[in-house]
Design a protein around this ligand. Structure first.
Ligand code: UD1
Ligand code: UDP
Length: 361
């Protein structure tokens, strides 16, 4: 069986690396990986292939950045000949980025069956570009690999056939189990930054709703700056966010107590997450990783797709409109523990996906 995997953004390099490893041990499946080039800086792309020992993609489409329409259209045009050359039995896509949508749309037009990993996630906020992408891709897909029971319910609610839906768990959980010890062995990020385990806060910010207008990002920076009065704050900064801050009349990166870094590789990130006192983020993946490593999380958003994390007390939401509110939620989160439970499967989501693909596609 021939599987064509289309990825292109940072979280997809993480998710697909672990599933590619499950493909690699099978002689009855051949996986071909296409990287759209949505993310292209080495620390947003190739570092993940190195850190996670995934082979380089066969195709690099080098699409790069642009408006949603430009980026998605370029991907579609570049993907079509790849589908024609490879003639896959099934397309595999991950998550909710423009690369996910382009891959699924191209496959649908060429009558190639689609399998979607991380199906059924919903924020119920159609202003998020990701929400539009995931709804579209779920409704185009033939196999829906849901990570959680909440995701399964969302798909049922939208009338998608239960026969297409498979509750498999979360491939990021598989990755966390596989790489936690390796990160502790191979990463020296704590030593380099002179950070003590449990002695700092790790933050990431990149979501369009927090970076699209200055107001929110300024409140977030003010809150992180004030948090440094109690604990150091480490901020590996997404290039999108850096570009916004660097345009401010006073560049907050030039004179801040926040420890601002370039994006870090996967092993350094795991090590930073696992040893932090709390994680403050608007990332989908980082919210879950905080839970995997038993660290309290503050999510800088109005809502989350990972509602089970909030319900079980690991995560709390704060709309980042007001620095005071953010500071107090962070202070309240530090030192808390949630109730451990098996929210994201048994650590074998990747194998379950590969088995189902072989059996059903
Ligand atoms: C994308 C996804 C988002 C995901 C995030 C993961 C969509 C609509 N959004 O958002 O769901 O959470 O990836 O990180 O697909 N840039 C660089 N170098 C890079 C990549 C990006 O400088 O290697 C800068 C460019 O200025 C670019 C901006 O970041 O315009 C945004 O990149 P883009 O891929 O469009 O969206 P993300 O915000 O990364
Ligand atoms: N990540 C990383 N280095 C960083 C920031 C994030 O390795 O500097 C990893 C993180 O551990 C997780 C994934 O990237 O596995 C999440 O990606 P991101 O936050 O960009 O996207 P989202 O999950 O919000 O779509």
């Amino acid at each position: 069986m021939k599987v064509l995997t289309v990825i292109g953004a940072r979280p997809q390099f993480v998710k697909s690396a672990i599933v590619s490893a499950a493909f690699a041990v099978r002689s009855d499946v051949k996986e071909t990986v296409v990287d759209t080039g949505q993310h292209y800086d080495p620390n947003m792309s190739s570092v993940f292939f190195n850190d996670m020992a995934a082979g380089p993609p066969k195709y690099s489409l080098n699409v790069g950045s642009g408006s949603h329409a430009q980026q998605t259209a370029k991907m579609l045009a570049a993907l079509e000949p790849v589908f024609e050359d490879e003639a896959p039995d099934v397309l595999l896509v991950y998550g909710d980025t423009n690369s996910t949508l382009a891959g699924a749309l191209c496959a649908a037009k060429l009558h190639v069956p689609i399998a979607h990993v991380e199906a059924g996630l919903r924020s119920f906020n159609r202003r998020m570009p990701e929400e539009v992408n995931r709804v579209m891709v779920d409704h185009l897909s033939d196999m829906l690999f849901a990570p959680t029971t909440v995701a399964v319910h969302n798909l049922e609610h939208e009338g998608l056939s239960p026969e297409k839906v498979h509750l498999v768990g979360d491939v990021m959980y598989d990755a966390s189990l596989r790489f936690r010890d390796e990160a502790a062995r191979r990463s020296d990020v704590l030593e380099k930054l002179e950070l003590a385990p449990g002695g700092y806060i790790l933050a990431t910010v990149h979501r369009a709703e927090n970076t699209g207008t200055d107001a929110r990002l300024r409140e977030i920076f003010a809150a992180l700056e004030r948090t440094t009065e109690t604990l150091p704050v480490v901020l590996p900064l997404h290039p999108r966010t850096r570009a916004v801050v660097e345009q401010w009349e006073v560049n907050a990166l030039d004179h801040t107590a926040i420890h601002v870094l370039e994006p870090v590789g996967y092993l350094d990130m795991v090590q930073l997450e696992a040893n932090s006192a709390a994680v403050v983020t608007d990332s989908g993946g980082v919210q879950k990783e905080a839970y995997f490593y038993g660290v309290p999380c503050v999510t800088l958003r109005e809502e989350t797709e990972w509602t089970e994390l909030v319900d079980s007390g690991w995560n709390r939401l704060v709309t980042p409109d007001d620095a005071d509110a953010i500071v107090s939620v962070i202070a309240a989160a530090v030192g808390t523990v949630g109730t451990p439970s098996e929210l994201y499967g048994d650590g074998h989501a990747s194998e379950a996906i590969v088995n189902l693909l072989v059996r059903k596609a």
